[in-house]
Design a protein around this ligand. Sequence first.
Ligand code: FAD
Length: 289
Amino acid sequence: MKIRDILSQGRPTLSFEVFPPKTEDHYETVETAARQIAGLSPDFMSVTYGAGGGTSRYTAEIAAVLNNEYQVPALAHLTCVSSTRDHVRHVLEELKERGIENVLALRGDIPPDGRIAHDYRYASELICDIRRSGDFCIGAACYPEGHVESANKTADITYLKEKVEAGCDFVTTQMFFDNNILYNYLYRIRERGITVPVVAGIMPVTNGSQIKRICQMSGTYLPSRFKAMVDRFGDRPAAMKQAGIAYATEQIIDLIANGVNGIHVYSMNKPDVAARIRENLSEILGPQR
Ligand code: FAD
């Protein structure tokens, strides 16, 4: 099923994300986690893509398990920064063969040791190629706080518009911890004529190392309420997990209450975290399918 059709149903949707293993050794663990999350019957699940090769070969494999064994529509991420057009064509053919109808078209981060190909500069070019290569539903990334490389937020929205005009059907946001940032962003992009559905990306922060990574990612604003939670519970793993899930749940409830229907949880291969969030929303979303 195409995600654009799911998002147009006018009801809240909940989706989860998994990332493939870096090496074959971890494949089974990741696949098991993905299967457990799929067992929660989310509206769809996304599978990330390793920009520099690495995990990329498992994306299609895990997406196919979700799609074909669990009937959970899979969204396969695809980056282009280090890909040739031939490689992209090959990946799209593989996705088609496996029955995957949804692709999140990304540029990917520029590798620190340099690109191995220069066929693509921006995600909008990838979107054009995907659009030409078959009947895919295409998603793209967006950044309520601006992308780190952007000169300013206005330019970032201009380039987002290019992605939509190139043919993307919906956009998913980078994580954010203050919903007002998303509400302001929605106002600004709607004002610029971007009307595709926006899926809000929510990260339940459940451990200290995750927080460190987030802090390193410049641009993500941490509200004082969030910082207080981390200060108080950051060195108590079980308490941090409980608090992080509660924080994410509150964010989601506020978003849905304010009409943001598309909720995507960066569940980081953690079925227990996904399950607790699903449970916390049981009355809001209705019973599991
Ligand atoms: P683009 O949309 O191409 O934008 C990149 C930068 O170029 C931005 O600063 C933009 O403003 C600017 N720009 C765009 N077009 C132009 C133009 N015509 N002229 C000048 N400047 C322009 N990374 C992975 O490796 N694998 C994943 O699976 C993955 N999944 C992600 C999922 C989501 C929801 C998000 C938000 C990010 C994800 N990323 C992933 C990270 C993403 O690859 C990086 O943020 C990357 O740096 C930008 O990708 P993009 O597709 O947004 O790029």
